[in-house]
Design a binder for this molecule. Structure first.
Ligand code: PLP
Length: 384
């Protein structure tokens, strides 16, 4: 397949169903940072899974339809989107569950250390899980902004996002990994707001472990299963806490003791949500042959068009420098919830994050420059 290295914003719009606006036309859909729009291919894959696989094949589908291997196969489809060589990514449970497993496994890689260092502004599930994992592993939880993190000889684990979920700031993952490794710590990166919109070079940066969401910019559908990455150098030693039977080396031997599957397969837990996996399989077609650096450039162009048309008085909390921006732009407003609802009545779908942020997500496959300008114009009109 030809590589599309400089796609235009909205290049794949025809491949998507967009939510309806009150006037029954397509909405300007800028909530892809929360739930991506539906690719037609995801719908087709889901219908086929229901009618041609589950209904027609039944239990034999685990073998005959490739269900059993789907978590690894889909991992290998996602791997190039996050800069990972094959065999290091697996898809299965929610981001929260995968993150729990990786944080504990990371702590177990550094049994001599005492600190879990996490982003102070991390997404709630990441913060709540860090508190629990610290209790469980008897680490002391310390927090800092990713840019200010100073891991030292006490630090076991550094937990950071690639992009801030609120402000849309893209962190310098390479610098964070370098500092962590210099101190001998293990990095657990959360790519939820990067996967499908920002290029991440997991292998090249030397990230140890990572998780990422697939229902945001990867458009896998509500509750689509997340992915986990384990750098190959950790494969033989990774000791995950959720020792479910599908992560066993020989699950159907049904032995007494748990023997880990080789490599990243040991991160599988229970029977995966197969319909969600198969919908995601279809959704990923949008990214076939597409270069993530090009996707990010298109997303940044959308953000620039939006920023250029915003009235001067609007407070933008996202850095304007392209190198420090992820896929969305956040603005600070008085009544975020009220404005979010008013924008929706005008056919512009965004989301609000308490207390005072509106987020405009620029998912480049289906958002056009016209959409970005419309959003700025409607916001300006509402702000008077
Ligand atoms: C969206 C997101 C999640 C979502 O976790 P779920 O388990 O799918 O609810 C987790 N972490 C980050 C950083 C996110 O942006």
């Amino acid at each position: 397949m030809l590589s599309n290295s400089s796609p235009e914003p909205g290049w794949a719009r025809e491949q998507f169903a967009l939510p309806r606006a009150p006037d029954e036309g397509d909405a300007v859909y800028l909530a892809g940072n929360s739930l991506g729009a539906q690719p037609h291919a995801a719908r087709r894959a889901l219908l086929s899974a229901v009618d041609e696989q589950w209904a027609a094949v039944g239990v034999a589908g685990w073998e005959d339809c490739g269900w059993w291997e789907a978590p690894r196969r889909l991992g290998d489809r996602i791997a190039p989107l996050v800069g990972a060589a094959a065999g290091q990514v697996v898809v299965g449970d929610s981001t929260s569950v995968q993150l729990f497993g990786l944080l504990v496994a990371a702590a177990r890689l550094r049994p001599d250390r005492t600190v879990l260092l996490s982003d102070a502004g991390h997404f709630p599930t990441d913060r709540y899980l860090a508190i629990s994992v610290a209790r469980l592993t008897r680490l002391t939880l310390e927090t800092a902004s990713p840019a200010a993190m100073a891991p030292d000889g006490r630090t076991a684990v550094v937990a950071v996002p690639a992009v801030d979920f609120r402000t849309g700031e893209r962190w310098d993952l390479g610098a964070i990994v370098a500092r962590a490794h210099e101190a001998g710590a293990v990095v657990v990166a959360d790519l939820s707001h990067a996967a499908g919109v920002v290029p991440v070079e997991l292998d090249a940066l030397g990230v140890d472990l990572a998780v990422g969401c697939t229902y945001k910019y990867l458009n896998g559908g509500p509750g689509a299963p997340a992915f986990a990455y384990v750098a190959e150098r950790h494969h033989d030693v990774l000791d995950p806490p959720l020792t479910g039977w599908t992560g066993h080396a020989d699950p159907f031997a049904m032995t007494e003791a748990w023997t880990p599957a080789p490599g990243v397969g040991r991160l599988r837990v229970g029977t995966p949500p197969m319909l969600g996996l198969l919908a995601l399989d279809g959704a990923l077609d949008v990214f076939d042959g597409v270069d993530l650096a090009g996707v990010h450039a298109a997303s940044l162009a959308l953000g620039d068009a939006f920023l250029a048309d915003l009235p001067a008085g609007v407070e933008v909390v996202t850095p304007r420098e392209q190198a420090r921006r992820g896929g969305h732009v956040a603005v600070r407003v008085g009544d975020a919830q009220g404005l979010c609802a008013a924008l929706a009545r005008r056919g512009v779908v965004v989301d609000a994050r308490p207390p005072d942020l509106l987020r405009f997500g620029f998912a480049a496959p289906y958002v056009t420059l016209g959409d970005a300008r419309t959003a700025a114009r409607e916001l300006a009109a509402l702000l008077g």
